[in-house]
Structures are given as C-alpha cells and as structure tokens.
Design a protein around this ligand. Sequence first.
Ligand SMILES: CC[C@H](C(=O)O)C(=O)SCCNC(=O)CCNC(=O)[C@H](O)C(C)(C)COP(=O)(O)OP(=O)(O)OC[C@H]1O[C@@H](n2cnc3c(N)ncnc32)[C@H](O)[C@@H]1OP(=O)(O)O
Ligand SMILES: [Co+2]
Length: 138
Amino acid sequence: MLGRLNHVGVAVPSVDAALGRYRALFGTDAVGAPFDLEPQGVRVCFVSAGNTEIELIAPLGADSPLRGFLERNPAGGQHHVAYEVPDVEAARDAFAGLGVRALGEPRPGAHGSLVLFLHPKDMGGVLVELMEPPAAGH
Ligand SMILES: CC[C@H](C(=O)O)C(=O)SCCNC(=O)CCNC(=O)[C@H](O)C(C)(C)COP(=O)(O)OP(=O)(O)OC[C@H]1O[C@@H](n2cnc3c(N)ncnc32)[C@H](O)[C@@H]1OP(=O)(O)O
Ligand SMILES: [Co+2]
C-alpha cells in the first residue's frame, strides 16, 4: 500500500532559526530555501539527506496544524513520515477499508503533488502523509 519514503517531517519553532544546525549537520548545499505554504499553515524547508529528505516545518498562522504539537513539544521533534503512493484517493479508500481515518481532503503539498494525512491514532502513533510522486524538478 505504501511506496518509497519521500520525507521525514520535523517540526521546529522556527525554520529560519533551525537552518544553521541543519547546514552543519548535512552541509550547506543540502539545505534548500525556506518558503511559506499558507494553505497548509506551515513554513517549509527541505534538507537533502541522501536517500530521503528532511522536511523542516514551522507553524504559519493561528490555525496551523502544528500548534498543538509544538505546545506539547516546545523544542520541536519528529512530526510525520511521508510515503509515496501512485493515487492518494485510491490509497485513502484502501486505508478506510482497514478502519484508518484520513484527516481532511487531498490537497497540494510542498512538492506541488496531492497529499493526505492519516490519523496517528490509527497508524500506531505515527502521523503518516500519503503523497503522489512529485513532478520532475520538484
Ligand atoms: C502539506 C505540506 C507539507 C508537505 O509535506 O507537503 C506537510 O507535511 S505539512 C505538515 C503539517 N500538516 C499536518 O500535520 C496536517 C495533518 N495534521 C493534523 O490534522 C493535526 O496535526 C492532527 C489531527 C494530526 C493533530 O492535531 P493536534 O495536534 O491538534 O492534536 P490532537 O489533540 O487532535 O491529537 C490527537 C492525538 O494524536 C496525537 N498526535 C498529534 N500529532 C501527532 C503526531 N505528529 N505524531 C503522533 N501523534 C500525534 C496527540 O498526541 C493526541 O494523542 P492523545 O493520546 O489523544 O493525547
Ligand atoms: Co510532509
């Protein structure tokens, strides 16, 4: 049901403040440029980690889905894992058949392709992001 691990989401209080640490950990060239994804309520920066990526995310706006997580974990922490699936809606239906709840509707994510989240309480305590493979160049 799940394909390649695309990224690991790491919540931080401030993406921009975290960049120095990630440049030291992975090298300057591995760290992309931060950008705002307002419809998803997050500021994002991707860090290349060889066979996958780290997605640094910080809250953007009062209704950000990260607010509760950062209240519980003020220093930040590992937030979600994102797996590629060929068709997000088909995957949602397959998971629904297993009793796994989707959170909201499919929406364009940080790579421009459709993403959808599965409830951590139905996934062994892990917030799982389903994402369609990004187009070349994303
Ligand atoms: C889309 C852009 C980008 C991309 O890759 O393209 C992103 O990845 S953006 C990532 C941010 N967006 C989201 O996370 C959207 C989906 N998330 C949500 O809808 C909420 O964050 C939700 C419902 C997972 C959690 O909401 P909230 O923090 O308000 O907490 P709740 O009280 O409703 O939590 C219920 C229950 O779940 C546990 N929980 C919460 N977050 C996580 C987590 N990240 N990992 C594991 N478990 C989590 C929480 O502790 C509660 O447990 P309980 O035992 O009931 O206390
Ligand atoms: Co993500």
